[in-house]
Design a protein around this ligand. Structure first.
Ligand SMILES: *Cc1c(COP(=O)(O)O)cnc(C)c1O
Length: 358
């Protein structure tokens, strides 16, 4: 079965085999070697300086990393602006509500790029009123396959003395991220999307300067404590050891294959192959060119073809596709090209799709 859903992804045999390495106690040196290697290789993905940045591992799905980041990095006196245009942006706001953070949302339409003028209007706070200290945004909004442009948001943050928190769960490892943006405080991500590991390990890449002042709202996901203990070759709880095996092997493979840019180019080629192949069958992209990611694209369901029929027909041929979320479930379907997939796989996928249309 080939997974064309946005994580977990189709594994390489190498990563799959790595899961059956020797049983490991998480209080032994061998585990801390594994943890150290994962943390170093995560920073190397974007050539980050370990003096300035910490890769903080945790046993959770991607949402756990996003939650850990928000709970730790918005101080008690802070105010967060949640910039959203999809399900994962909504989830950020839900996490803020759960932790009773001071926040506001700029909820934009899901099928449109972020409205910078609307965002700006939130930032021009009359004097005497509390200002926003932080902004949170989803980089690749997996709901629609939209890559949100972080550059103007960073500019706005720098101009207003704010810090940027990014959900990079479905972009980290493939899309460009500008860590030289001084407003960028942290990026949350996971092992089982663009890095091709297995579910169970996720992480936050965070500026060490921010960790020094981190807030302790959560016990298990306490980012500051996790980072401090991991720096000391320690861990507070039992980590998903096998998921860490998989992450390290996936990161070794990632480096050998040429790193982030090579992965970006591979994804871009596959995504374009699928897009042009579907276009030739009359299936339209949901977003206009230039707004989509290389990781996942959303398409309009062809008239007269229900998602269930499409899904079941493709599954019978060995492909798992993904439905639209929320109101989009009736009109869209999504194809992710993350994971161990080749151009020949996509060729076969397009042939199956074409047969189903007929
Ligand atoms: C997948 C995803 C998440 C996290 O989902 P989990 O199921 O918790 O791993 C968060 N944000 C985005 C943008 C995602 O694509």
């Amino acid at each position: 079965m080939l997974l064309l859903n946005p994580g977990p992804v189709t594994l390489t045999e190498r990563v799959r085999r790595s899961l059956t390495q020797p049983d490991l106690c998480h209080r032994e040196g061998e585990f801390f070697d594994l943890q150290d290697e994962a943390r170093e290789r995560l920073l190397a993905t974007y050539a980050l300086d370990p003096v300035e940045w910490s890769a903080v591992l945790m046993t959770a799905s991607g949402t756990g990393a996003v939650e850990s980041m928000l709970a730790a990095l918005v101080p008690e006196s802070g105010r967060l602006l949640v910039v959203e245009n999809g399900v994962y942006g909504e989830r950020i706001a839900e996490i803020c509500a759960q932790y009773r953070l001071a926040y506001a949302r700029t909820a934009g339409p899901w099928m449109k790029p972020l409205d910078l003028d609307a965002i700006r209007s939130y930032l021009d706070v009359p004097s005497g009123k509390a200002r926003f200290t932080h902004m949170a945004v989803v980089h690749h909004e997996t709901t629609t396959g939209r890559l949100n442009d972080l550059r103007p948001l960073g500019q706005l943050c720098r101009a207003h003395g704010m810090n940027l928190l990014v959900d990079g769960v479905s972009s980290f490892g493939a899309e460009a991220l500008d860590f030289t943006d001084s407003s960028l405080l942290a990026v949350a991500a996971t092992a089982n999307k663009c890095l091709h590991g297995v579910p169970g390990a996720s992480f936050v890449i965070v500026r060490r300067s921010a960790l020094a002042q981190a807030t302790r709202r959560t016990y298990y996901l306490d980012l500051g404590r996790l980072s401090r203990l991991q720096d000391q070759r320690d861990t507070p709880f039992t980590p998903a050891v096998h998921a860490y095996y998989g992450l390290v092997e996936a990161l070794r493979e990632f480096a050998e294959q040429g790193g982030r840019l090579a992965r970006y180019r591979h994804y871009a080629a596959l995504a374009e192959q699928v897009r042009s192949g579907l276009a030739a069958l009359g299936v339209e992209s949901a977003l206009p060119a230039g707004q989509w990611s290389v990781v996942l694209r959303a398409y309009r369901l062809p008239p007269g073809l229900s998602y269930a029929t499409l899904h079941d027909g493709l599954k019978a041929e060995g492909f798992v596709i993904y439905a639209g979320q929320g109101d989009l479930s009736q009109t869209l379907f999504r194809i992710s090209t993350m994971g161990n997939l080749t151009s020949a796989d996509m060729d076969r996928f397009l042939k199956c799709f074409s047969r189903l249309l007929r």
